[in-house]
Design a protein around this ligand. Structure first.
Ligand SMILES: C[S@@+](CC[C@H](N)C(=O)[O-])C[C@H]1O[C@@H](n2cnc3c(N)ncnc32)[C@H](O)[C@@H]1O
Length: 197
């Protein structure tokens, strides 16, 4: 009996997740191409998409940096990374690498020109410490781009909320300065920081 109940709960959770993923994808109104364009990526650059999931930015970023560059798809979810690897293989893309991160350490294999972190920073528990850690993985003129909600947070995200003012404060303490702010991502801020000189 217990096994049946556990089984039903397991299947319901799986179905719930599937349905939520479909809804989330359907209401995802982020202008991906415009966001990637605003990042002004030069061919050959090394990029880390932190919290990439199997999400919408990996391959557009890879297209911008081209064959001589690389995109590290960084996530703590091995299943998402397996999907990234399958897609990479299927699309015959040679410049995307999946990296299994730890909760507090992205484990990017080499210094990068850009850390792109979209809809993910709010999941990280100690954000100020994480942003300090990211400096180790950036080249001296490296940049960090952050996208996160201003409002319209997904369900059950109450405790993860933070504001752009808080982010600016953490970034300043970690030694970055904000260089760009875009207002075209619905319900989200999109800001770019540089390592301070
Ligand atoms: C909402 S998804 C964002 C996917 C994609 N970046 C986008 O904008 O559509 C958040 C992702 O962050 C990942 N994540 C959560 N905590 C993380 C951490 N500490 N380090 C790296 N990835 C993390 C989750 O596994 C999930 O794939």
């Amino acid at each position: 009996m217990l096994a049946v109940i556990v089984g039903i709960l397991f299947i319901s959770a799986g179905l719930g997740r599937l349905v939520w993923d479909k809804i989330a994808a359907a209401i995802d109104d982020r202008p991906v191409a415009r966001i990637v364009e605003a990042l002004k990526i030069a061919p050959g650059q090394k990029i880390a998409d932190v919290g990439s999931s199997d999400g919408p930015f990996i391959f557009p970023l890879a297209e911008q940096t081209g064959k001589t560059g690389v995109v590290y798809a960084v996530d703590i979810n091995p299943k998402a990374l397996q999907k990234v690897e399958r897609l990479t293989h299927k699309r015959e893309v040679g410049n995307v690498r999946a990296i299994l991160a730890a909760e507090a350490d992205p484990k990017i294999p080499e210094p990068v020109d850009l850390v792109f972190i979209s809809a993910t920073l709010h999941h990280i528990k100690d954000r100020p410490a994480y942003l300090r850690t990211l400096r180790r993985y950036l080249k001296s003129a490296g940049r960090i781009a952050v996208i996160d909600p201003i409002d319209r947070w997904p369900p059950f995200h109450g405790r993860m909320k933070y504001t752009l003012d808080e982010l600016d404060g953490w970034m300043q303490e970690a030694g970055y300065r904000r260089v760009e702010k875009h207002d075209f991502v619905p319900h989200c801020f999109f800001v770019i920081y540089e390592v301070g000189q």
